[in-house]
Design a protein. Structure first.
Length: 149
């Protein structure tokens, strides 16, 4: 049997990101829901079949069809068009729980999205290294989608 002692820093994750979107709060919020759900895709353009139920307690999950998939979290709070908060294991199939907060506010004729991901648990090194890039990808796709509308 192998035992490993981890420090608290090894068991926590905090990511803060912001992006300015040249679109209204309402349009930006709807674009965010689209990018987290049916519009989600990987960096190479491969569709990532995600679904989000945008109400308190709603699920966010990867739908592989035929009642198969991967649960990512529940909508903990939603206040259209300024807040979307999700809690759950996200991409992890190991002991790990996360809280995601997307806060949107109108600023100088645009929308500022402030994103925060905090987590506690065991996180694989490859996930730790890539998770910030993944969230930045969703934010950038949200910006582009909102600004097209």
């Amino acid at each position: 049997m192998t035992q490993t002692a981890n420090s608290i820093e090894d068991l926590t994750l905090t990511i803060n990101q912001e992006i300015r979107v040249n679109a209204s709060l309402e349009v930006t919020f709807e674009a965010l829901l689209e990018q987290m759900g049916p519009g989600n895709e990987t960096h190479d353009g491969t569709p990532l079949p995600m679904k989000i139920e945008p109400w308190p307690g709603g699920r966010w999950y990867r739908d592989l069809g035929d009642n198969n998939g991967h649960f990512w979290g529940h909508v903990q709070a939603i206040k259209r068009p300024t807040l979307l908060e999700i809690t759950g294991p996200l991409f992890a199939s190991y002991p790990f729980v996360s809280n995601l907060q997307y806060r949107l506010k109108e600023t100088e004729g645009a929308t500022l999205i402030s994103f925060r991901h905090t987590a506690l648990g065991f996180i694989q090194d490859d996930h730790r290294g890539g998770v910030g890039k993944g969230w930045a990808w969703i934010l950038e796709r949200t910006r582009k989608a909102a600004e097209k509308r």
